[in-house]
Design a protein around this ligand. Structure first.
Ligand SMILES: Cc1cc2nc3c(=O)[nH]c(=O)nc-3n(C[C@H](O)[C@H](O)[C@H](O)COP(=O)(O)OP(=O)(O)OC[C@H]3O[C@@H](n4cnc5c(N)ncnc54)[C@H](O)[C@@H]3O)c2cc1C
Length: 419
C-alpha cells in the first residue's frame, strides 16, 4: 500500500533536513527522500567551508562581476571557470546573471540577504540553546585577507556597504590581523574583519539536525531517488521512486543542483546551474587558526574544523558531475603561501579532495516559495554559496509556507518563477 505523509521533502542536504526539522516541530508527518545517504559526500552540504556568513549580504551578481568573470573564465586555475559547452539552459542562465549584475538589482538584493543571513544566525543560536547537539559551532568572526591594492579597494568598498547596511566590519592592518589571530603568521597587508560571522562542521550539522528530525518522527527514505510525479489537475499527489510511490499533501523541492532536472518531469523551469567547488581537509595542520579566513584575491576559504583545517574554493559552472580537476584543487592550495606563512601544504594529497555542486541562481538569491502552476509544490533551492548559512531560516520559512503563516522574512523577491 502507498505510504502517505503530510509533507514530502525531496533531497536530504542541509536545506531539506532543516525544512524537515522545522515542519515536524509543527506536528505534521514528514518524509525526506534522498537518492544517496543523508550527510554523505555526494551532497553539497558535506564538504563545504562551513561558514555562517552574515558578512555575505552582497549577492553574487554584482556590478564588476561580469568583467572579472570574463577575465577569469578561460583560465583553468582561476577562482571562476565555465566549462565550455553549448547548453541552452546555461546560456539563458548567463544572460540572466549578466542582467542581474548592476547596481540597482544588487541594492534590491542586499536587504533580502541581510534579513535572511541575520535571521538564520539567530536560529543557529536558538538551536544551540534549545537542543542538545554539537556540530563544531563557533562564533568567532571571519577575516577577509587582501594582498593587493585592488583587493584592499574591494574590501574597503565592502566595508562601506557594510556600514550602510548595519553589518559590523573593521579594516585591519597587518599588525592588527596578527594580534587578532596569533595562531598563524599572516603575511597579508591587511584585511576586513566581520566579528559576527560563525562557522561549523557541515556534515556534523546535517547529521545532528537529521537526528533531531528523526526524534520528531520524520521518516527517512535513503537510496531512494524521485524519478517522477503523479498529479491530479494542478496538484501533485505522489512522488514516484524506483521503490514505488509515496503520497503527500505538500511537496518540497530541496534537491539542490538537481532541481532543474527533476522539474523537467513537471514541464517546469527553475534557473539553477551547478557551481562546482572543491575542498581539501588537512587533519593535522602545522598551524591551526581559530578564526576562518577568506583570501580575497584568490577567493579561497580556510576554516578550522575541530583540530582540522579545511581549504575550499573555485566556482566552476559545469554539468552535473563530481569529477575532480586536480589542477584547480592545486590552485586553491597554491594561493595560500602568499597570505599565510609556513602552512606546509605541498605534502597534501590532492587526490583526497572533495567536490560539491552549489545550486546557483542567476541573481544570487535563493528560490523559496510556491510554484504558480502547481499549488502544492514549494521551492527550497538555489542557495549557491550560502546554503549552510541559510539552512535554518530556509527551513523555518518553508514550515511557515506549509502552515500558511506569515513568513519571518519577506520572500516576495525569492519566487521560483521569477525568471
Ligand atoms: C567548496 C564549497 C564551499 C562552500 N562553502 C560554504 C560556506 O562556507 N557557507 C555556506 O553557507 N555555504 C557554502 N557552500 C554552499 C553550500 O554547500 C550549498 O549551498 C548547500 O550545501 C546546498 O544545500 P542543498 O541542501 O540545497 O543541496 P545539497 O546539499 O546538494 O542536497 C541536495 C540533495 O538532494 C539529493 N537529490 C538530488 N536529486 C534527488 C532526487 N531526484 N531524489 C532524491 N534526492 C535527490 C542529493 O543527493 C543531495 O543529497 C559551499 C559549497 C562548496 C562547493
Amino acid at each position: 500500500m502507498e505510504q502517505k505523509f503530510d509533507v514530502i521533502i525531496i533531497g536530504g542536504g542541509a536545506i531539506g533536513i532543516c525544512s524537515a526539522y522545522y515542519i515536524s516541530k509543527n506536528g505534521l508527518s514528514v518524509a525526506v527522500i534522498e537518492k544517496s545517504e543523508i550527510g554523505k559526500e555526494s551532497s553539497c552540504s558535506f564538504g563545504n567551508a562551513g561558514l555562517i556568513s552574515p558578512s555575505h549580504f552582497v549577492p553574487l551578481a554584482a556590478p564588476g562581476m561580469v568583467a572579472k568573470g570574463l577575465k577569469w573564465m578561460f583560465n583553468p586555475e582561476s577562482p571562476f571557470y565555465i566549462h565550455p559547452r553549448l547548453d541552452s539552459e546555461l546560456l539563458k542562465w548567463l544572460w540572466r546573471y549578466f542582467r542581474a549584475c548592476n547596481e540597482k538589482k544588487m541594492r534590491r538584493g542586499i536587504p533580502v540577504l541581510y534579513d535572511l543571513t541575520h535571521e538564520s544566525l539567530q536560529l543557529f543560536k536558538k538551536i544551540n540553546a534549545e537542543e542538545k547537539i554539537s556540530y563544531g559551532f563557533q562564533h568567532r568572526g571571519l577575516l577577509m585577507l587582501h594582498n593587493t591594492v585592488a583587493g584592499e579597494k574591494a574590501n574597503r568598498h565592502e566595508a562601506h556597504l557594510a556600514e550602510e547596511v548595519g553589518v559590523e566590519a573593521r579594516l585591519l592592518n597587518n599588525d592588527e590581523l596578527n594580534k587578532l589571530e596569533p595562531n598563524v603568521k599572516i603575511l597579508s597587508r591587511g584585511g576586513l574583519y566581520f566579528p559576527d560571522d560563525g562557522h561549523l562542521i557541515p556534515d556534523q550539522f546535517v547529521n545532528a539536525m537529521a537526528e533531531l528530525a528523526k526524534k520528531n518522527g520524520v521518516a527517512f527514505f535513503s537510496q531512494t531517488e524521485v524519478i517522477g510525479f503523479e498529479k491530479k489537475q494542478h496538484r501533485i499527489t505522489s512522488v514516484v521512486t524506483q521503490n514505488g510511490k509515496i503520497g503527500g499533501k505538500e511537496f518540497i523541492l530541496a534537491n539542490g543542483s538537481w532541481s532543474p532536472l527533476l522539474m523537467k518531469k513537471l514541464s517546469l523551469n527553475i534557473s539553477v546551474q551547478p557551481g562546482k567547488g572543491y575542498s581539501v581537509t588537512v587533519k593535522q595542520p602545522v598551524h591551526l587558526p581559530k578564526i576562518p579566513f577568506i583570501l580575497t584575491e584568490a577567493r579561497v576559504a580556510i576554516t578550522p574544523m575541530g583540530g582540522a583545517l579545511r581549504f575550499g574554493g573555485t566556482l566552476e559552472l559545469s554539468t552535473i558531475n563530481l569529477t575532480i580537476n586536480e589542477r584547480r584543487v592545486k590552485a586553491i592550495l597554491n594561493a595560500v603561501p602568499a597570505y599565510l606563512d609556513d602552512m606546509r601544504l605541498h605534502t597534501v594529497n590532492t587526490k583526497e579532495a572533495w567536490a560539491g555542486l552549489r545550486p546557483c541562481s542567476p541573481d544570487g538569491l535563493p528560490f523559496i516559495g510556491r510554484f504558480k502552476t502547481i499549488s502544492n509544490l514549494i521551492a527550497a533551492t538555489g542557495h549557491a554559496m550560502l546554503g549552510i548559512t541559510l539552512a535554518p531560516i530556509t527551513g523555518k520559512l518553508i514550515s511557515e509556507i506549509v502552515s500558511s503563516e506569515k513568513t519571518t522574512v519577506d520572500i516576495s523577491q525569492l519566487k521560483p518563477n521569477r525568471f
